[in-house]
Design a protein around this ligand. Structure first.
Ligand SMILES: [Zn+2]
Length: 281
């Protein structure tokens, strides 16, 4: 099977990110300007222009309010997958709450998309050593794969001793975990995607993809629709560090994405999981 890297988009709005969790309450979300549909349409255009397909890990909250967007994602040949209901990080939930969150999100996504949802990404890579039960809950719910682990140390997330290549987290289930690819810069390790991709030079992520591919592994890359939206409202009350991370280089993002996408082969995450499953069999 041809090696294609995993191209993934975490579909959430500008006010739903972990960095603003302490500043914007979930109860207030419905009163805020929604930009996710227009931004995701720009991502769809960018992918169409590049002739690539990818996976859209989408919040159930977004699917419930923008069902036609979810339908357009599926109709363009992309994979619709789950990012949970409202971005509650897995380590803040009990196993039962996680089950409910997964089921509610999947129902909204499948209703809107008209296709089955088989993949999951935890909000802010929040499956870590605090949640030893999480993969079992995913397997029991019938998911084929998860891409929910950042195998590094970071202030908001990370599971530094987790494997860095696809693995089966449970001995008795087919579920595959596809950890996010790690890039190196100045002796430090960062995730290949999101804010680090936006803030650091193109070469950092580009090199991480090349290193993975040289080892016959698919790289897993991710970003968010709000990252290509320089016009989004500014959250004044958020911590300075969060604001610096969130707002830097938004205007450069679309161009950087085009360049990275053109430089490598990309595909849907379910195809990456399928290839991993065959190799791990
Ligand atoms: Zn997210």
């Amino acid at each position: 099977m041809t090696l294609r890297n995993g191209l993934s988009v975490d579909v959430e709005d500008w006010f739903q990110v972990g960095a603003f969790e302490t500043t914007i309450r979930r109860d207030d979300w419905d009163g805020l300007e929604r930009r996710v549909e227009a931004n995701t349409d720009r991502v769809l255009d960018l992918f169409a222009e590049a002739g690539v397909q990818g996976t859209f890990f989408t919040l159930g909250w977004v699917a419930e309010r923008h069902p036609r967007l979810i339908r357009r994602i599926a109709e363009a040949g992309h994979e619709v997958a789950s990012h949970g209901w409202d971005h509650a990080r897995v380590f803040t939930l009990t196993p039962d709450q996680f089950r409910v969150d997964l089921a509610r999100a999947r129902a909204a996504l499948e209703d809107a998309a008209g296709v089955a949802v088989n993949g999951y990404r935890a909000p802010s890579f929040s499956i870590d050593r605090r949640t030893p039960w999480a993969h079992a809950v995913l397997a029991e719910a019938g998911y084929c794969y998860s891409s929910s682990i950042a195998p590094i140390a970071h202030d908001h997330y990370g599971w530094p001793d987790a494997p860095r290549v696809p693995f089966r987290p449970l001995p008795d289930a087919r579920l595959i975990e596809l950890p996010i690819t790690i890039a190196r810069v100045l002796g430090r390790e960062v995730t290949a995607g999101g804010g680090f991709f936006r803030l650091l030079p193109h070469g950092v992520t580009d090199r991480a993809v090349r290193v993975a591919n040289a080892g016959d592994e698919a790289a897993i890359f991710y970003f968010h629709p709000w990252e290509i939206d320089p016009g989004q409202p500014r959250v004044a009350g958020a911590p300075l560090k969060s604001r610096l991370r969130h707002y830097a280089r938004l205007g450069a993002m679309a161009g950087k994405l085009r360049r990275l996408i053109a430089a490598h082969r990309w595909g849907r995450m379910d195809a990456v999981a399928e290839r991993a499953a065959e190799r791990l069999a």
